[in-house]
Design a protein around this ligand. Sequence first.
Ligand SMILES: CN1CCN(c2cc(NC3CC3)nc(N)n2)CC1
Length: 156
Amino acid sequence: LVRKLYTLTIIKHGEKLLLGFKKRGFGQNKINGFGGKVESGESIANAAVREVDEESGLDVSRTIRKVGLLEFSFEGENTLMEVHVFLADGFAGQPRESEEMRPEWHPISSLPYDRMWADDRLWYPLLLAGACFRGHFHFKGHDTVLEHTLREVPVQ
Ligand SMILES: CN1CCN(c2cc(NC3CC3)nc(N)n2)CC1
């Protein structure tokens, strides 16, 4: 199994989340938090801050907290995605569209789960409850979760 590191940052402001419509690349046309690959020699938290800046123009360096670790495997593939999830409870700057992402605010009471990855509706409730969590989701293709594990873990 080839393990690759990624970040995913969700920005919360009051009762809304700032998510983005992915315009290209992996997860194109889905709504998601901001993120990308962790480059060699980069800390995971710094990679998260860099990706939020690149994709939304916002500075979350003073507001992000680590909230989760999600692993994704795919039927018939030898790749394992290790996604480090962060929650930012504030930001500096104004959201701006980038080549990758079109930022948009979504009320927590009406998240567009059917336009998000299939795993999101499983772990977002833990994120929104302020929990820390760890999960593994085994996908068939990009739309079907064949099996998964998910548990709350003690806050670090
Ligand atoms: C850099 N990106 C960040 C977001 N990320 C994913 C993946 C995902 N499910 C996996 C089946 C694909 N679910 C969410 N919500 N985000 C992939 C890597």
